[in-house]
Design a protein around this ligand. Structure first.
Ligand SMILES: Cc1cc2nc3c(=O)[nH]c(=O)nc-3n(C[C@H](O)[C@H](O)[C@H](O)COP(=O)(O)OP(=O)(O)OC[C@H]3O[C@@H](n4cnc5c(N)ncnc54)[C@H](O)[C@@H]3O)c2cc1C
Length: 558
């Protein structure tokens, strides 16, 4: 883990560098030219310049040994600058992951040291024309090359698609089928038979190079098989999903905030109907405040997951999926709302929110689409529901009732309502066998993500009030403001779980008319409706905080 002071310095260097080398005019120009600023990416990755790569390389290989929390902070900052450049840097994080988790000690030493000392750029080659979400369908092959009955190397044949840094990387990690199953291989640029296409002409992240790769009898020595054992590829990819999805979650968060940080000041200067837009409640409470609440709920989940990964709790794939799902969906919504917030100006290139909106769109697609995240979340928590005979989320809810007793202002009573309702919806889905409908299974993933994020934000608001938040945690809001954001989001989550849960249970034919009133009572619908009281006051308070017009906290204090 990196010391908080060092992390702060790294973030500051990154910001200063971006201010100097990537001002808006340059970003707009590169975006229009559809050009990856390779020299800038190399500068960011060079050990004697910005050296971002050093952060995630273990100290024993010449890096700084940053943990998940450190990498989240850096990823958020990079995304605030430009998501295309951030993707180019992330490609080395991703590309070297199979090495970090699965390589032999000799391979780790060789390749991780090269990243640290030479700043080599990686690309991560998993996706193929026929194998996207379903990586098991991959067709690229790696055939053994034998000498005297011994495997001395492999011949790789096939193709890869949508590979970030595909046309500019120095080293590629490539997933290919060996006789025993999918395995990762290291292929260097210039290898005979290896080529890449022209960069894709993309909707967004136009500052990142994305290209297809072709492998035509590409020979690699046996020591380029990561880990030295065939068939470990999918496990090695799985082993880091929690961590890598957290990075993309940080991208969604950073881009969403980058858009709002343009919309908020704009609205203080734009006068319509005799007053700045920032003073129009119908504007702030639709286009700004709900997005702030959603992004901060996602941040809370990212920070908790990063802390748990750093504490050695494993790869936390489901939590990574929840963080990615919530943060990237929230980032997209925030960017879209920011275009609306700037009106016609928002629709032009010059004001940047349009570019941010195009850029952030990728975050719900790469590293696992939102729908795959919903499925991942739902399947895992469904098992917990079954294992605990439907008590998992009721037990969680009780913890929030206890938290509410200690911290009555952080929205924990509402989070408890959401979690109880979730347990009821899941139980009804079990009894009526509704998960045979894929749509219900995926919707469950969404409701689970909302309810868990509501809980996470309550805990975070309570920790901030107690002065127990990590030194590295974002301090954008003080304790009363975070508590108000938590109350806003928890109300939202509660209503979503209960009303949408009810809708889809009924929609899937999960109950008779006669059973409906009892189910509505089990969901706690009337308590959930009553819990919406105070919503406008909380939103007013957050608008006041965002526009620096909040009176010193009084009754709202957590
Ligand atoms: C700009 C860019 C950069 C990328 N960088 C990389 C990279 O560096 N390395 C790399 O390996 N890959 C990369 N990718 C690929 C990316 O990870 C995939 O595009 C992504 O995983 C989705 O795969 P797909 O495009 O084949 O879509 P598909 O899997 O075909 O999905 C299409 C749609 O169907 C939905 N869907 C898929 N399966 C199901 C299902 N079972 N049930 C319900 N709905 C389903 C998806 O959610 C999606 O909405 C990149 C892609 C882009 C666009």
């Amino acid at each position: 883990m990196i010391a908080p002071k060092t992390l702060k310095l790294s973030l500051k260097s990154l910001r200063d560098f971006a201010k100097k080398r990537l001002p808006d005019e340059t970003l707009i120009e590169l975006d229009a030219r559809d050009e990856c600023p390779l020299e800038i990416v190399r500068h960011m990755c060079s050990p004697d310049k910005l050296g971002i790569q050093l952060l995630f390389i273990p100290e024993e290989f010449g890096g700084m040994g940053g943990g998940a929390f450190d990498v989240y902070c850096i990823c958020e900052e990079m995304a605030r600058i430009d998501l295309g450049v951030a993707t180019a840097v992330l490609a080395t994080f991703l590309g070297s992951d199979p090495i970090t988790v699965g390589a032999t000690p000799e391979q780790k030493k060789l390749w991780l040291t090269r990243i640290a000392e030479e700043g080599v750029l990686f690309a991560y080659g998993a996706t193929e024309p026929e194998a996207g979400s379903d990586l098991g369908a991959l067709r690229t092959t790696a055939d053994r090359v034998l000498q005297d009955g011994r495997i001395v190397g492999y011949k790789i044949n096939g193709s890869k698609q949508w590979i970030s840094n595909g046309g500019v990387a120095d080293v590629y990690t490539v997933l290919a089928n060996t006789p025993v199953g999918p395995s990762w291989f290291i292929v260097e640029k210039g290898a005979k038979g290896f080529s890449h296409d022209e960069p894709e002409d993309k909707h967004g992240i136009r500052l990142s190079n994305t290209a297809a790769l072709a492998f035509n009898d590409v020979y690699v020595d046996a020591d380029r098989l990561i880990g030295g054992v065939e068939g470990q590829g999918l496990n090695q990819a799985q082993a880091v999903f929690g961590y890598t999805r957290l990075m993309v979650a940080a991208f969604g968060l950073g881009a969403g905030w980058a858009a709002l940080d343009r919309a908020i000041p704009y609205s203080t200067k734009r006068i319509q109907a005799g007053a700045p837009l920032s003073e129009k409640q119908g504007y702030t409470h639709k286009l700004i405040v709900p997005h702030v609440a959603r992004l901060e709920a996602a941040r809370s989940y990212i920070e908790e997951t990063a802390e748990r990964i750093d504490a050695g709790e494993g790869s936390l794939n489901t939590e990574g999926a929840i963080a990615k799902y919530m943060a990237t969906e929230a980032g997209n919504l925030a960017a879209d709302a920011s275009i609306q917030a700037l009106g016609g100006y928002g629709y032009t290139h010059e004001y940047m929110v349009e570019k941010i909106s195009r850029d952030v769109r990728i975050t719900t697609i790469y590293e696992g689409t939102s729908e795959i995240m919903e499925m991942t979340i739902s399947r895992d928590r469904w098992q917990l529901h079954l294992k605990t005979r439907g008590q998992h989320y009721h037990e969680q809810a009780k913890k929030f009732e206890e938290l509410h007793a200690r911290h009555p202002k952080v929205g924990a009573d509402n989070a408890a309502l959401a979690l109880h309702a979730l347990a009821e919806v899941m139980e009804k889905a079990r009894v009526a066998r509704l998960t045979r409908y894929q749509h219900i299974l995926l919707r469950l993933g969404e409701w689970i993500a909302y309810a868990e994020c509501a809980g996470s934000l309550c805990r975070r608001a309570a920790r901030l009030a107690e002065g127990k938040l990590s030194e590295k945690a974002s301090r954008r809001f003080d304790a009363p403001a975070l508590a108000a954001l938590s109350r806003i989001f928890a109300r939202d989550a509660t209503l979503k779980v209960a009303e949408e849960g009810l809708r889809w249970v009924v929609g899937a034919g999960g109950m008779t008319d006669a059973e409906l009133p009892a189910f509505e009572a089990d969901l706690g619908l009337s308590a959930i409706h009553r819990a919406q009281a105070g919503l406008i006051a909380d939103m007013d308070y957050i608008a006041d905080v965002l526009y620096n017009r909040a009176a010193k906290p009084t009754a709202l204090a957590a």
